[in-house]
Ligand binder design. Structure first.
Ligand code: CU
Ligand code: ZN
Length: 194
């Protein structure tokens, strides 16, 4: 009796093993198939917005934000600016309804830091992107910026750019003047809204 029980148990466990091996094999092939098609969609969030003229300017454009593996890449295309340096920031609100763009509030500063140059040891706002140069006012200027200190819709108030506003200034950010770098009037505005 004992011997036959042991023998049948062995057979069962061998069968079980065979089944398990089969399952893992099919699972792994299925997984690798779906990974190939779904991965780019799963790990990436993107949002495209319009920048509209403000303060009587004709400065317009687009800004695209793409988050991939915890890094947000901003690519803005801006036209209508005069040659030279101009500031671009993320301001506190996605509200561009006022003619002067001031409805977007002050700089987005969820970590209560002083205004400054991005990455400065003395502190900087999460919206302090900085300055960019327009070399030819006839062409669109592309402004690229990327950081792991932002996210798109993650719900972390210290990182989430959703509901904030992009502002382009007529002047230059001096990275020193408080609370906004004395960058002059707001010539273009876009709400970071889905
Ligand atoms: Cu600003
Ligand atoms: Zn600032």
């Amino acid at each position: 009796m004992k011997k036959s029980i042991v023998a049948s148990l062995l057979i069962l466990s061998v069968l079980a093993c065979k089944k398990e091996v089969k399952k893992t094999e099919t699972n792994s092939t299925e997984e690798s198939k779906t990974e190939k098609t779904q991965e780019p969609i799963k790990n990436s969030v993107s949002l495209s917005i319009q920048l509209s003229p403000k303060s009587g300017s004709s400065v317009s454009g687009t800004a695209e934000f793409v988050e991939t593996d915890g890094v947000v890449q901003m690519t803005a295309e801006i036209k209508g600016l005069v040659e030279g340096s101009h500031a671009i920031h993320i301001h506190d609100k996605g509200d561009c309804s006022s003619a002067d763009g001031k409805s977007s509030g002050g700089h987005w500063n969820p970590t209560a830091q002083p205004h400054g140059k991005w990455g400065a040891e003395t502190g900087y706002h999460k919206g302090d992107i900085g300055n960019f140069i327009v070399e030819n006012s006839e062409n669109e200027t592309i402004v690229e910026f990327s950081t792991n200190e932002w996210c798109i819709g993650c719900g972390d108030d210290t990182k989430d750019i959703l509901g904030k506003g992009v502002i382009v200034h007529q002047g230059v950010d001096d990275f020193t003047s408080q609370p906004s770098g004395a960058a002059g009037s707001r010539v273009s505005c876009g709400g970071i809204i889905e």
